[in-house]
Design a protein around this ligand. Structure first.
Ligand SMILES: [Fe+2]
Ligand SMILES: [Fe+2]
Ligand SMILES: [Fe+2]
Ligand SMILES: [Fe+2]
Length: 412
């Protein structure tokens, strides 16, 4: 992978598609971005401000990875604890040099206009930032109203919820929004196209077209920072998978180094480790947190996650190999894995498969305590004898077992 060959647009699209997996209303981030853009335009924002607003709209719910938090987001205008996901998301954005500028919007996207004005008076926000944050809140609530109505009435198209949304927001806007933003919203939303652009394929196309205009390339270290945000979002989904992706990434990189793979391959394996489980955001919390064995339906849902990881990551040009390795972490050398039952696995995928198992066994899970390394090694040996794991990778694990255990549980 060339250092400069990854497009920000591709990674941002993958990130929002990952976030949009949470809950049933697939596409929330994209719809909020689309509507924010239209309202901002009616308000008279300039091109740079519109781009900023669009990106902030896409990623405003960066801190939501559980279906539990998500259910609140579509059921109420405001609720106790609403700001928690804002704090989590803002902190994640802070950790990426490419996304840091979006952190204030993420942090304040559930503040009422009166509160935003207090932040402006205290010098915590600029007037422009307050306007952008309030625009996001307005269209965010529109999307929540629309979603309730679409589900309740069984409507196929988004614009069929237009009248309901306008009535609901008319009852409440004085409490929550700046009058000038509300007026801009009314102006933008008169045309049916404002609503029609939110239908599934239309909003995907709009997002692609808009991101493509940004035309930024990102470096390997910027890519790694963004990938850590994906990993954090996945790992935050369940208290039992805390820092699993980070541990898998670190252990896979460590094993790759011991095996003698190049620096650049080590870096790429690290990325694959960070991203391998992102399809888990598609699953209900109850399945991931279940105390005990999964039933057949739950198992079927679980077995989809590495396929979902592939579907999202394969769209990032220049990362096709990383997408493949990430998606093969549940494949087995004897062909008994999923989703493809592939037997001919690249070494990188074999390393990742071992790292995934070791990290998961070392960690506490709902149904058992984390295991010590001797027990982990015996389980891994048994799987190797059954033809599931690569012997050379497992030998490397044995030769470095203490260090590997620490790396798997370290918070790198
Ligand atoms: Fe939110
Ligand atoms: Fe939202
Ligand atoms: Fe997995
Ligand atoms: Fe995993």
């Amino acid at each position: 992978m060339d250092q400069q060959s990854i497009s920000f647009a591709d990674v941002a699209f993958a990130l929002v598609s990952t976030l949009d997996l949470v809950g049933d209303d697939d596409g929330h981030g994209k719809r909020v971005a689309q509507m924010s853009y239209q309202v901002g335009k009616a308000y008279g924002l300039d091109e740079d401000e519109l781009n900023e607003l669009f990106l902030a709209g896409l990623l405003h719910d960066l801190g939501v990875s559980t279906t539990y938090v998500h259910s609140h987001l579509i059921e109420s205008m405001e609720w106790e604890g609403v700001h928690e996901h804002c704090r989590v998301g803002a902190k994640l954005a802070e950790e990426s040099s490419v996304l840091r500028h979006l952190s204030p919007y993420i942090l304040h996207h559930h503040d009422r206009w009166s509160q935003l004005q207090r932040w402006v008076a205290a010098g915590r926000l600029s007037e422009r930032q307050a306007i952008l944050a309030n625009t996001i809140l307005l269209v965010d609530r529109i999307d929540a109203f629309a979603w309730q109505e679409l589900v309740k009435k069984g409507y196929k198209y988004y614009h069929m919820a237009k009248d309901f949304c306008l009535q609901q927001i008319d009852l409440r806007w004085r409490e929550f929004f700046s009058e000038s933003i509300y007026q801009a919203f009314l102006q933008a939303s008169q045309a049916d196209i404002f609503w029609m652009m939110n239908d599934k394929q239309e909003v995907i196309d709009f997002t692609h077209q808009h991101l493509a205009k940004l035309d930024w390339m990102i470096s390997m270290s910027e890519l790694q920072e963004m990938a850590k945000i994906f990993a954090n979002a996945v790992d935050a989904k369940s208290p039992f998978t805390y820092q699993h992706s980070l541990g898998v990434a670190s252990l896979a990189r460590y094993l790759a180094k011991q095996i003698g793979l190049s620096d650049s391959t080590q870096q790429r394996i690290y990325l694959a480790g960070l991203l391998h489980d992102l399809g888990k955001l598609d699953m209900e919390d109850e399945v991931l947190d279940k105390q005990g064995p999964l039933d057949q339906q739950e198992r079927q849902k679980m077995n989809r996650h590495s396929f979902v990881s592939l579907m999202i990551l394969r769209r990032i040009k220049g990362m096709e190999d990383i997408a493949l390795w990430a998606s093969q972490h549940h494949e087995k050398l004897n062909g008994g894995g999923y989703p493809t039952r592939e037997k001919d696995l690249p070494l990188e995928s074999r390393i990742l498969a071992v790292a995934d198992i070791v990290q998961a066994l070392a960690q506490n899970r709902p149904y058992r305590e984390g295991l010590a390394m001797p027990k982990i090694l015996s389980i891994v040996d048994e799987m190797t004898e059954q033809g599931e794991l690569d012997k050379a990778v497992v030998n490397c694990l044995h030769a470095n077992s203490n260090q590997a255990y620490q790396v798997a549980l370290s918070q790198a």
